[in-house]
Design a protein around this ligand. Structure first.
Ligand code: SF4
Length: 252
């Protein structure tokens, strides 16, 4: 997955600012000048209907970052910050063919790793982090990727979002990694309206029924990446168009 940071929320989507496409909300807001109304989350039944639709169309959604084990997944996610999955996969295919464990990565050395990932943004820092996190895995975790958030977030280059992806994909835990797509879709579809990635993540934790929890972030990422795009959502081919009341919905 791309781990681009979510953009600052559009006020209409996240904070309830009134838009021309939402006259009812505009009227409500006008009644209380200077006060922004929080966007109301959907009902539990409506959220269930959305995820049932996503599941019906794609029962087993897959992330698009390539990896062969928990360690290479961790490295791929660290490399994917500010980069596309396609670009990361191009760099990691030959890298993981020769280094699919922390021990092999450390043996390669930072210079070789840097050379492999030089097509990816921030490659110098990322190469440094890949070597440092590999050394830490060897020193503190017997060369294994830990299945605990706290331990993951202590690794160089690993933040909350990366930890969420690894916990979800490698260890089957229900976590919600909030990238730019998840942030936008959770707000647009009012699944978990929030002004920050953490607020959206907490909202998703509460709102997403457990049976959809494992796949939820992939459904939302894929929906955001390919259909409900930031600037021109493809509403004509959207599988949840009949359930969507977003001000960003395009009818033309
Ligand atoms: S109808 Fe349009 S705005 Fe609504 S979820 Fe679908 S693509 Fe996004």
């Amino acid at each position: 997955m791309s781990t681009r940071q979510p953009p600052k929320p559009r006020p209409d989507a996240a904070a309830g600012k009134i838009t021309k496409a939402s006259p009812a909300r505009a009227k409500a807001s006008a009644a209380k000048p200077g006060k922004r109304r929080a966007v109301k989350a959907r009902s539990a039944a409506e959220i269930r209907a959305l995820f049932e639709r996503f599941r019906q169309h794609n029962p087993e959604p897959k992330g698009e970052l390539e990896s062969v084990n928990a360690y290479t997944l961790l490295v791929a996610v660290v490399l994917s910050a500010q980069a596309t999955d396609v670009g990361v996969n191009k760099a990691t295919r030959p890298l993981f063919a020769i280094a699919d464990t922390p021990q092999k990565m450390v043996a390669l050395g930072e210079d070789v790793v840097r050379d492999h990932v030089k097509s990816i943004g921030l490659f110098r820092t990322k190469a440094k982090n890949v070597i440092a996190l590999s050394e830490q895995l060897i020193a503190e975790h017997g060369g294994e990727v830990p299945a605990e958030r706290e331990a993951l977030e202590k690794l160089p280059g690993v933040g909350r979002k990366t930890a969420n992806v690894v916990l979800n994909m490698a260890f089957g835990q229900i976590t919600h990694a909030v990238d730019t797509h998840v942030f936008r879709i959770a707000n647009r579809l009012r699944i978990a309206p929030g002004k920050t990635p953490l607020a959206v993540e907490m909202g998703l934790e509460k709102a997403v029924p457990d049976e959809f929890g494992h796949h939820a972030h992939h459904w939302l990422i894929l929906h955001g990446r390919y259909t409900c795009k930031a600037v021109k959502p493809l509403c004509g081919s959207c599988i949840v168009a009949d359930l969507c009341d977003s001000a960003d919905k395009r009818t033309g």
